[in-house]
Design a protein around this ligand. Structure first.
Ligand SMILES: [Zn+2]
Length: 334
């Protein structure tokens, strides 16, 4: 079934141009039909004017949202909302910007998640809705370096889910698989986890660029499922069943997808590639292959239930495919 083909060659070229700009010059401007986003990755912020493009800004640094904040934007005549912090703080800033129609600047303190560059707000891991896209994203590497290594490493999980989502999207929507996208994902992943994950500026810069890449693919294709699809459905099921962090759940969502659809593997990227890096993301509850194998049917049922309307390969799975995936998961991960 062909619905649309919005990720054109021109758009893919533009996304890679943004990522090249970010990696080589530290700064890029994204300009699409949705508006303009300026993204800056820099080692040091020089002055307050680097952070804020406008004279008066409401700084959001806490996750406690009150309607008074919205009133304050109007009464004091702020020009923009600046969200500095973790995911929940950024979510508050996104909602305030959306409701007040003021510009949005986001300065994330952690890279465990892609929320700093999306227009989505999530509550309790399952429900999410649209808010504002940021007008500027500033990745201040020294600030992110203050976050412990194991928390930033969760961003690798959030990024790698893109691999299975993209494959699922192409198959489900009958779109051609662009090998440049697949190579970028597998090469970057191997660089991030190669020689063990370290929380240094080079790795954080690459991780930030990878998460931005994922967000741009979703934004430019105008279909969230291309980057947050099968992996996120399975991840949300895992998050509901076990108390595990989002990036970790997405990592395992991608691993399950690779076991269910082994032909999505290639010499550069497969379930074994993921296995090598699983320790990088840690095992917070002793989470391992036996959990996935024992409960695979329930995980898949719940994933379908969470996103019933999504067109995905997960909907047409046979019992045979599921039993085969259990064997693959057990053989590769245990
Ligand atoms: Zn996510």
């Amino acid at each position: 079934m062909k619905i649309h083909s919005s990720l054109t060659k021109l758009r893919i070229d533009r996304i890679f141009k943004v990522i090249d700009d970010l990696v080589y010059h530290g700064c890029s401007v994204v300009n699409d039909e949705c508006g303009i986003t300026e993204i800056i990755i820099r080692p040091v912020l020089h002055s307050e004017s680097d952070i804020v493009g406008y004279k008066s800004s409401l700084f959001v640094t806490s996750a406690n949202y009150t309607s008074l904040m919205l009133d304050e934007i109007t009464v004091r005549g702020y020009d923009e909302v600046v969200g500095i912090g973790n995911v929940s703080v950024i979510d508050v800033a996104k909602q305030l910007s959306f409701l007040s129609k003021k510009k949005l600047v986001i300065i994330p303190c952690i890279l465990s998640n892609d929320s700093f560059c999306t227009n989505r707000v999530t509550a309790q891991n399952t429900r999410s809705w649209s808010a504002a896209y940021p007008d500027r994203v500033i990745i201040d590497l020294p600030l992110i370096l203050e976050t412990p290594k194991h928390i930033n490493s969760l961003g690798i999980g959030e990024f790698i889910g893109l691999y299975s989502s993209y494959m699922d999207y192409c198959v489900s929507y009958n779109e051609p698989i662009v090998s440049r996208i697949i190579s970028f994902i597998s090469d970057s992943y191997n660089q991030l986890v190669g020689n063990n994950w370290s929380n240094n500026m080079d790795k954080l810069r690459l991780l930030a660029a990878c998460l931005i890449f994922k967000c741009l693919i979703m934004r430019f294709s105008d279909n969230h499922q291309i980057g947050c699809g099968i992996d996120h459905s399975l991840a949300k099921a895992l998050e509901t069943m076990y108390d595990i962090p989002h990036g970790f759940a997405v990592f395992w969502g991608c691993a399950i997808s690779m076991a269910l659809f082994p032909h999505w593997s290639n010499p550069e990227f497969s379930l074994s590639t993921l296995r090598k890096a699983s320790s990088t993301l840690g095992h917070p509850i002793g989470f391992a292959a036996d959990h996935l194998v024992t409960n695979l049917e329930s995980i898949i049922d719940l994933a379908r239930e969470i996103r019933p309307l999504e067109i995905s390969c997960i909907n047409g799975l046979s019992n045979n495919q599921i039993s085969k995936a259990k064997r693959i998961l057990w053989d590769t991960l245990s």
